[in-house]
Ligand binder design. Structure first.
Ligand SMILES: [Zn+2]
Length: 191
């Protein structure tokens, strides 16, 4: 059996920070973090609606790895108000369509996890909005680390590391070219 695995050096960086106790407060509540992770239009306006933001994953697993994050610090889907749920899903739809402008052959997968037993690493709810490419060899939640390796040459059955390239600042730049913020209003569900 052939298994392709993702190798993201950014995850290694993240796990080291967690191990060294360097993540002491919620980055999704820190304006400086949200500033640097904001996905923006070409004139620099962050993509956000009333209750949620669209940001890049600072420690991505794969190309085009983004997150939709509620503005309020909430840890469970049960803490979301009806307006927050609607706003969150409108932002997911905008994110999905925008990612597909950048990757016309891609489908979209979204993942949300919370609570004990999940792999949620931050107690601030967030939905991963990621690409589903025809070349993907793993699907669904497996993308969030099931085959994750921390060393590029770690022993596996067969190792075919997939390089993570279009992420962080490069992803923000690439997305800015296809974002049309005037379209965001169209994603507002009629009351
Ligand atoms: Zn938070």
């Amino acid at each position: 059996m052939e298994i392709t695995y993702g190798f993201s050096p950014f995850r290694k960086e993240y796990h080291k920070m967690v191990k060294d106790g360097l993540i002491t407060s919620c980055p999704f509540c820190a304006e400086s973090d949200m500033e640097s992770q904001a996905i923006r239009s070409q004139n620099g306006e962050p993509v956000e609606n009333e209750f949620s933001r669209w940001v890049i994953n600072k420690y991505p697993y794969s190309d085009g790895h983004t997150l939709v994050v509620p503005k309020r610090h909430i840890s469970s889907i049960h803490d979301m108000s009806r307006d927050e749920i609607i706003s969150h899903h409108e932002m997911i739809r905008f994110a999905a369509d925008t990612l597909q402008k950048l990757y016309p052959d891609a489908g979209i997968e979204t993942f949300l996890q919370y609570g004990k037993g999940s792999r949620m690493s931050l107690p601030h709810l967030h939905t991963h909005v990621v690409l589903a490419l025809p070349t993907d060899t793993y699907r669904g939640m497996q993308k969030l680390g099931y085959f994750e390796a921390f060393e590029e040459d770690e022993e596996k059955i067969i190792m075919l590391p997939v390089k993570v390239t279009l992420v962080r600042e490069k992803l923000i730049e690439a997305l800015a070219k296809v974002i049309d913020l005037s379209e965001l209003a169209k994603y507002t569900t009629a009351q």
